[in-house]
Design a protein around this ligand. Structure first.
Ligand SMILES: Cc1cc2nc3c(=O)[nH]c(=O)nc-3n(C[C@H](O)[C@H](O)[C@H](O)COP(=O)(O)OP(=O)(O)OC[C@H]3O[C@@H](n4cnc5c(N)ncnc54)[C@H](O)[C@@H]3O)c2cc1C
Length: 384
C-alpha cells in the first residue's frame, strides 16, 4: 500500500511477483460494487444502546464512552490480545497489537487519518490459530477486509467496527501540522483530536508541542476538523461506502451518541462522553451484557433512531462527492491550510460574490431569499 498523490493509501501491485490469483480483489473492501456479505451470525435487527465506562479516568481518556477499553480488558483477562490503531509518529497512524492495559493506552482516542494496516491481518490470523482470544477494532471497511481475509468465522475473535465519517487525505494532516509548526516556530509532537478537557460535545483539538506546551481549538473553529467534516477531502471510496449499512461489519459497533442528549437524558454524564453502541451478533450482545452485569460499563437500551440523530455520517451514509473535492485535494499539496479554510469553510458563494459565511450580508441575503420564496409560493398557489 502506498500513499497516492491525493494522500490516500492505495494498493500497488508488483506485477513481477503477482500470480493473478485475484485474492486481493476479493478481499478489497473498496472494490466498486462490492456489497458487504453478511456475517453468518448477524442478527436481523441490531440492539442499540447508549453507554459509557464506569471508571472516570478511562472514560475521560477515550473519544466517546470508553467502551472499547472495557471490551479490551475483558479480552486481556482471558489471556487474549487486542489489535487497534496507534500513532506511529505525529502524522502517521498504524495498526498495532496490545498485550496489556499499558500498551492499550496508546490505542485510545480517534486518529483522524487513514491507518496503515501493515501485516495486521496476517498477525490476527496467527493469534487466532494459537487459540487465543482476539479483539480487532477498526473502521467497518477494515473489519470487513479482515473477515474477507480470514474467510471463516472464529469463535475466539471479537470484531468491533467504529462509526466512520470517512477518512480524510493525509495531506490535510500534513498541511495542518506544517501550518501550526510555522505559526508557533516549534515542532508538534502529537495531536489529540478528541480532547474532552472542556466538554465532550464541544471537544477540542489539542496540539502538543515538543517543549510540552499545548494549543487547543474547539472543533467548530478548528481548520482540520472543518475541512474534514465538510467532506471536501475524503477518500473517494468513502462517499459511497458499501459498509455504512446494516448489518454492520462487526459484532459490535461503537460511535458517538450525538443525539439531543440534553433533552433525552439530561441525567447522563454528557460532558464526559456517551457512546452509541450496536450489538450486531449474539456474541456482541453477550459480551456487552456481561460487562454491564459486572459493573464495568453503564448500558441503556435506546431506539436506533435516537442514535442516528445528529450523525452527519449515518449508519447508512451515501454522501454526494462535492464538486470541489478534486480541486481541494490538489490545492492541499501547494496552498496553506488557512487559505483553504477561509475560502471553503468561512466563505459562501452569494450570486457572483464570495462572502463571509453567517456574516451580516449572508444573513440578510438568506432572509431576502426566504421572503422571496414565501412570496412566490403565495403567488403560485392555485385560487380555490
Ligand atoms: C476516522 C474516524 C471517523 C469517525 N467518525 C465518526 C462519526 O462520524 N460518528 C461517530 O459517531 N463516530 C465516529 N468515529 C468513532 C468515534 O470517534 C470513537 O472512536 C468511537 O466512538 C469509539 O470510542 P470509545 O470511547 O469507545 O473508544 P476509544 O478508545 O476512543 O476508541 C479508539 C478505537 O478507535 C480505533 N481507531 C482510532 N483511530 C482509528 C483510525 N484512524 N482507523 C481505524 N481505527 C481507529 C482504535 O483502534 C481504538 O480501537 C470516528 C472515528 C475515526 C477514527
Amino acid at each position: 500500500m502506498v500513499w497516492s498523490k491525493e494522500g490516500f493509501l492505495t494498493p500497488e501491485v508488483d506485477v513481477n511477483a503477482c500470480i493473478n490469483c485475484g485474492a486481493c480483489v476479493k478481499a478489497c473492501p473498496a472494490q466498486p460494487g462490492h456489497q458487504q456479505k453478511q456475517q453468518s451470525t448477524a442478527l436481523e435487527t441490531p440492539s442499540a444502546y447508549g453507554g459509557w465506562h464506569a471508571e472516570e479516568d478511562t472514560h475521560l481518556a477515550s473519544s466517546s464512552g470508553g467502551i472499547f477499553t472495557a471490551l479490551a480488558d475483558e479480552v486481556f483477562a482471558a489471556g487474549g490480545c487486542v489489535f487497534g490503531v496507534v500513532w506511529a509518529n505525529k502524522d502517521t497512524a498504524r495498526f498495532s497489537k496490545a498485550e496489556n492495559k499499558e500498551e492499550l493506552a496508546a490505542m485510545r482516542g480517534s486518529k483522524y487519518t487513514q491507518a496503515i494496516p501493515g501485516m495486521v491481518y496476517r498477525e490476527v490470523r496467527a493469534e487466532l490459530k494459537k487459540g487465543r482470544r482476539v479483539l480487532f477494532c477498526g473502521t467497518a471497511c477494515q473489519v470487513y477486509a479482515l473477515r474477507q481475509y480470514l474467510r471463516k468465522d472464529y469463535e475466539n475473535l471479537l470484531l468491533v467496527d467504529i462509526l466512520c465519517h470517512g477518512v480524510p487525505s493525509r495531506n490535510l494532516l500534513l498541511g495542518y501540522i506544517r501550518e501550526w509548526e510555522r505559526q508557533e516556530g516549534k515542532a508538534i509532537e502529537r495531536i489529540r483530536f478528541r480532547d474532552k478537557a472542556t466538554d465532550w460535545q464541544n471537544y477540542q483539538v489539542t496540539k502538543i508541542f515538543t517543549d510540552g506546551s499545548t494549543i487547543s481549538h474547539c472543533n467548530k473553529e478548528d481548520m482540520f476538523i472543518r475541512l474534514f467534516i465538510g467532506d471536501l477531502a475524503l477518500n473517494q471510496a468513502c462517499y459511497a461506502c458499501p459498509h455504512a449499512r446494516f448489518p454492520r461489519a462487526g459484532d459490535i459497533t461503537l460511535g458517538d451518541f450525538w443525539g439531543n442528549l440534553q433533552h433525552l437524558h439530561p441525567d447522563w454524564p454528557i460532558r464526559k462522553g456517551i457512546g452509541s453502541l450496536l450489538t450486531n451478533t449474539d456474541k456482541g450482545k453477550r459480551i456487552l451484557k456481561s460487562l454491564e452485569e459486572s459493573g464495568q460499563i453503564h448500558l441503556h437500551p435506546e431506539p436506533v433512531e435516537n442514535l442516528l440523530q445528529g450523525q452527519r455520517t449515518t449508519y447508512l451514509r451515501q454522501a454526494p462527492v462535492p464538486a470541489k473535492r478534486e480541486s481541494t485535494l490538489k490545492r492541499l499539496n501547494t496552498e496553506p491550510i488557512p487559505r483553504l479554510y477561509r475560502e471553503l469553510c468561512q466563505r459562501v458563494q452569494c450570486g457572483p460574490f464570495l462572502i463571509r459565511k453567517n456574516g451580516l450580508i449572508h444573513r440578510a441575503y438568506n432572509r431576502l431569499r426566504r421572503m422571496k420564496n414565501q412570496l412566490m409560493s403565495k403567488v403560485s398557489r392555485p385560487v380555490s
